[in-house]
Ligand binder design. Sequence first.
Ligand code: AMP
Ligand code: MG
Length: 339
Amino acid sequence: MKTQIKSISAESLAEAKEIIDNGGVVAIPTETVYGLGGNAFDDEAVQKIFQVKGRPNDNPLIAHVHEGYDLSKIIDYDPPYAKKLREAFLPGPLTLVYPSTGKVSPYVSCGLNTLAVRIPSHEGAQAFLREVDIPIVAPSANLSKHVSPTSAQHVKEDFDGKIPLILDGGMCEGGIESTVCDVTGEIPVILRPGLITREMIADMVGACGEYTPDFQAKEKVKSPGVLYKHYSPRCQTALYTVAQIEWAQRACAHSIADGKRVAVLAENDMLPYFKGENITLLNLGKTEREMASNLYELLREAEKVADVLIAIEPTKQEGVMVGVLNRLRKACLSVDIAH
Ligand code: AMP
Ligand code: MG
């Protein structure tokens, strides 16, 4: 199969719709990362997404719809605070998890009794979702465990010859996946941190919890995706805090002495600690938005230029940085937490 990258036009959207209507998958841009989209009502299309990505079959998918889509077609329970969150933050990088109604394919939720729904704000994503006018499941368009894609080229690196079409909507501005927030209980609870922060949600509706999976508990983990090693570059990785900077410098020196190619990923102000001819410096940036937006691009760069990635946790660790750190820590895990 030849994989084509096409910019978004009436013609490429019509082609994408035809692929979707025939049970195929299409990569689409969103404001967070690129997604691998398929018809949420179609069992085979949904299963194809798991198969193409190599995704574990207990990690559920998010259904994406356009701004004008009638949500009552796929959900019924909708507490007033969820409505408030939609008005405040959607379309945008926030996914809401509702009790499921069994309307979409059972493969979407992987046995959970909930359905995750998102309304992306990216113009290209909206145009595509309007064109198909059905819920589209769209996990990040990367091979499972690999770094998420923030450009059409990244998608091609992982799926060349495996999918027919990548709609090119440019670089994703957000850079990390959506905040996933459970709205099945009395207050919203964040399952995965992202650009819409816990503080922003609490400011809007008065309270917001944060879920940490209990590995010992008998109940099902609420969001299995939070467990896995993820987002990982294909090179050795080591993560240090700013307080451990001397260890990081020593690790660099040892790796170089061993003849390895070394890259250092750090926020702008920490890079001067790593000057050296044999080191590739990957500048995460200065602001939290820059760091979110640059993270995946730089992790993909790291695996191309280095055998060993030394990463330094950014100094600021609140707000949007909770999401950035969450991804960075998973990217640098050496093993899965659970499987
Ligand atoms: P991605 O595949 O990168 O788009 O990530 C989707 C994330 O949403 C994963 O962490 C999933 O575990 C999570 N997710 C999807 N559906 C649900 C659901 N029904 N309940 C909780 N988390 C979900
Ligand atoms: Mg993903």
